[in-house]
Design a protein around this ligand. Structure first.
Ligand SMILES: Nc1ncnc2c1ncn2[C@@H]1O[C@H](COP(=O)(O)OP(=O)(O)OP(=O)(O)O)[C@@H](O)[C@H]1O
Ligand SMILES: [Mg+2]
Length: 284
């Protein structure tokens, strides 16, 4: 059974000039795999991730035929039920941990609190679990980090702490929205390998949102390419360079290449017809 099924998902924002459709009728499924979502800024990647957790603030609206987690439709669930789903079955790591961690609470207390929301455990048990989670994200001096405040942590460390918090409830699905784009390349690699190991060990499904085609192509199994709120193409990550859709080709051609450093970068051309053309499915 697939972990997640999304059918005909729309995200709409009423504006003064009419309704703006940030996501326009997308459908996809997620198994025990690493699924990348790529596309330029504003293409609807984050809104897709947030809609799956029903985290679109009003007046934004989510409309879908079906959003099912392990077969159970969450469309009709109320906020109380959704909090349980978010806590236990699906977690999201946002781009910048500085906005997600509480600045006036120690790292340890935040992780313990996250744990105790889900389980009625003793303080001692919660602390043991918090230290174990810090270890799981390859933090060595767990006791020191446990007592530290978020501002004392580097970006890479902050992101590991976020991942640790997200993993406490042992979710089946992890949505990572540009989890490493604020980090420098070496730290990025470390954080990705932690995510990769955890996804494998726990048999999770991962949705990895990024605007970095090279990163997605090497890190994921399968990729959805979004343009203007739609999925224009789906392909195997290792076949991304053979992608068919002119938009994907344009994205690929506008990437700087190490093997041809002097080539002028192409400017991404867009065709209004892509907004409504059916999506292309590569070999999957
Ligand atoms: N509250 C809102 N009201 C109106 N439009 C919004 C609102 N929030 C987001 N949008 C629009 O929805 C579209 C999709 O936004 P989204 O954040 O999903 O893009 P994205 O693909 O994640 O881009 P980025 O790569 O910059 O993160 C954008 O055009 C954005 O301007
Ligand atoms: Mg985004």
């Amino acid at each position: 059974m697939s972990l997640l099924d999304v059918e005909n998902l729309w995200v709409k924002f009423p504006t003064r000039t009419g309704v703006f459709d940030a996501v326009r009728g997308i459908s996809f499924s997620l198994g025990q795999e690493r699924l990348g979502i790529v596309g330029e800024s504003g293409s609807g990647k984050s809104m897709t991730g947030r809609a799956i957790l029903k985290l679109i603030r009003p007046p934004g609206q989510i409309i879908a035929d079906r959003i099912a987690i392990e077969g159970e439709d969450i469309i009709a669930m109320n906020e109380r039920q959704m909090r349980k789903v978010r806590g236990e079955r699906i977690s999201m790591v946002m781009q910048d941990p500085k906005f997600s961690l509480n600045p006036v609470m120690t790292v340890g207390n935040q992780i313990m609190e996250a744990y105790r929301i889900h389980t009625r455990s003793s303080k001692t048990e919660a602390k043991r679990k918090a230290l174990e989670m810090l270890e799981a994200v390859s933090i060595r001096d767990q006791e020191r980090v446990f007592r530290a405040y978020p501002h004392e942590m580097s970006g890479g460390m902050g992101q590991r702490i976020m991942i640790a918090m997200m993993l406490i409830p042992d979710p089946r699905i992890l949505i990572a929205d540009e989890p490493t784009s604020a980090l420098d390349v070496s730290v990025q690699t470390q954080v990705l390998s932690i995510i990769d190991r955890l996804v494998k060990e726990r048999g999770m499904g991962l949705i990895f949102i990024s605007h970095d085609l090279n990163l997605v192509s090497s890190f994921c199994d399968r990729v959805l390419i979004m343009y203007s709120g739609r999925i224009v193409e789906t392909c195997r990550a290792d076949k991304l360079h053979e992608a068919q859709h002119p938009y994907t080709r344009g994205l690929l051609n506008s990437l700087p290449r190490l093997d041809a450093p002097n080539r002028r970068l192409e400017v991404l051309q867009r065709d209004p017809a892509w907004r409504d053309a059916p999506s292309v499915s590569g070999r999957i």
